[in-house]
Design a protein around this ligand. Structure first.
Ligand code: BGP
Length: 490
């Protein structure tokens, strides 16, 4: 028997990240992050946009959480900025920084919103980058552990859901393979695998620290799940699909869930002299942490296509979240190449739109790991416009989220245990590489690329009212027509 609607207590949520919303990049004792530094390198971000002010959530968090409450949002996923709480990355703690997140958490709880905390959403203390190369040095594992323990001790009494790492595959891929994120290195595959090993160890230490202090807490990591379809039924293309899954998905999720690297992929790296260096005890640590995680976090935006690729074939590391991927084939010689999917449309930034892919993610995780799932990000970046009548009509976003929610429901009906669905994002915010014009929110923020381009005032989009209704009906009614309501509101 298939039920209508979602399980009781299902967490309808929305997500953000510190650098993309907070602003206040150098106030109240905050240290600089790698992103504060990177965005100042000419040509790195769209029209040189920065998160210096972002959408000023640091000063407007109460207003934002009030809007969430009014919507009926059940969960709010946000990240803590490491350099805001430990300005130099290690050592002295910044009490004002800690207080800011106390305020955010308390405000959420006062409105009945479950806070879901991401420990690392890419803003590394720049001091650690300068001191020893950040993630490149194994020292970071201990420093991350100190940071994790600091925030766990401070907030663990009130925060039940924790996400250690956000999209490790993406920040390392863009950081060491395609130079699009800090530290801006290119084609450094050896270091790519080494920094990932360090990040895996850091994740593991954070999981163990959390469970020791708060055994009831729920913890996982959020992977940028990028499921692949074979280009066709040519057997070699299915091998290419398996390669892509190993090197884009299982390299991370197998470690989180099993505490080991996928065998075929590890052998490939050994054969090519690229396997990460490990210390004795590393695998035991990863295994111990794997036995204690509670869910798999999934950030889902798009699927890939896999086709065989010759040893001297296409090489270009275009990562899932780069804006340059549009229409281009990318790949890894001898493993796979990834052409566009002729059956699917794309967003204005060239990201394939594939609601069924979300179901594929859930099915895959359920069968392979048998873990509950938290969908920690899913959403549509678009050029929204505030019209003369004050409305922001975003039927394309409603359609995007609706079709993804429908597929998520099918996954639940098929046996996946899904605890939460967080859209990206609640308010508009900074897109890492694509500025403020690429909008994801239910709430429009009046600003453009230039720092003083708008009032930063908030306005509800049509999708705000639609999601409000979805939450109210616990996902039973996805066909709500906002126009009838908004005719009255206006
Ligand atoms: C994910 C990140 C988010 C967010 C989102 C949209 O990879 O975890 O932080 O940025 O993608 O990406 P973009 O801003 O590139 O459109």
């Amino acid at each position: 028997m298939v039920n209508k609607g979602f399980p009781e207590g299902f967490l309808w949520g929305s997500a953000s990240a510190a650098y993309q919303i907070e602003g206040a990049h150098d106030v109240d004792g905050k240290g600089l992050s790698n992103w504060d530094t990177f965005v100042r390198i000419p040509g790195k971000t769209f029209q040189a946009t920065t998160g210096d002010k972002a959408v000023d959530h640091y000063n407007r968090y109460q207003e934002d959480i009030q809007l969430m409450a009014e919507m009926g949002l059940k969960a709010y996923r946000f990240s803590i900025s490491w350099p805001r709480v430990i300005p130099k990355g290690t050592g002295e703690v910044n009490e004002l920084g800690l207080q800011f997140y106390d305020n955010v958490i308390n405000e959420c709880l006062a409105h009945g919103i479950v806070p879901m905390v991401t420990m690392y959403h890419w803003d590394l203390p720049q001091a650690l980058e300068v001191a020893y190369g950040g993630w490149e040095n194994r020292q970071i594992v201990d420093d991350f552990e100190q940071y994790a323990k600091t925030i766990i001790k401070r907030y663990g009494d009130r925060v039940k859901y924790w996400i250690t790492m956000n999209e490790q595959s993406i920040f390392t891929g863009l950081g060491w393979q395609s130079a699009m994120h800090p530290p801006g290195k290119k084609d450094d595959d050896n270091m790519f695998y080494q920094v990932n090993h360090h990040a895996h160890l850091a994740h593991a230490k954070a999981v163990l620290a959390l469970k020791k202090l708060f055994p009831e807490a729920k913890v996982g990591a959020s992977h940028a799940h990028y499921p692949a379809y074979a280009f066709d039924c040519k057997p070699e293309n299915n091998i290419a699909r398996m390669n892509l899954e190993d090197f884009r998905n299982y390299w991370w999720m197998d470690v989180y869930a099993f505490g080991r690297y996928p065998k075929r992929a590890f052998k490939h790296l050994q054969d090519h002299g690229m396997a990460p260096e490990m210390d004795e005890g590393d695998l035991d640590l990863l295994k111990k942490a794997a036995s204690q995680i509670d869910f798999m976090g999934v950030n889902y935006y798009q699927t890939a296509v896999a086709e065989e690729n010759a040893a001297d074939g296409i090489k270009a590391n275009m990562e899932a979240n780069s804006s340059e991927a549009k229409g281009k084939t990318h790949g890894v010689p001898s493993l796979y190449k990834s052409p566009a999917n002729p059956h699917l449309g794309q967003t204005d930034w060239g990201w394939t739109i594939d609601p069924v892919g979300l179901r594929v993610c859930c099915r895959d995780i359920t069968s392979r790991y048998d873990l509950p799932i938290v969908i920690s990000e899913n959403g549509l970046g678009a050029f929204d416009k505030k019209e003369a009548d004050g409305r922001i009509r975003d039927p394309y976003r409603i359609d995007y989220i609706k079709t993804h929610v429908e597929q998520m429901k099918l996954a639940i009906d098929e046996g996946s245990e899904i605890w939460a669905y967080c859209t990206w994002s609640f308010t508009d915010l900074l897109s890492w590489l694509n500025g403020y014009q690429k909008r994801y929110g239910f709430v429009f923020v009046d600003r453009e690329e230039a720092e003083d381009s708008g009032t930063l005032d908030r306005f509800k989009k049509d999708s705000y009212y639609w999601y409000q209704h979805v939450i109210k009906t616990n996902g039973v009614d996805l066909d709500f027509d906002v126009s009838s309501l908004l005719a009255r509101v206006d």
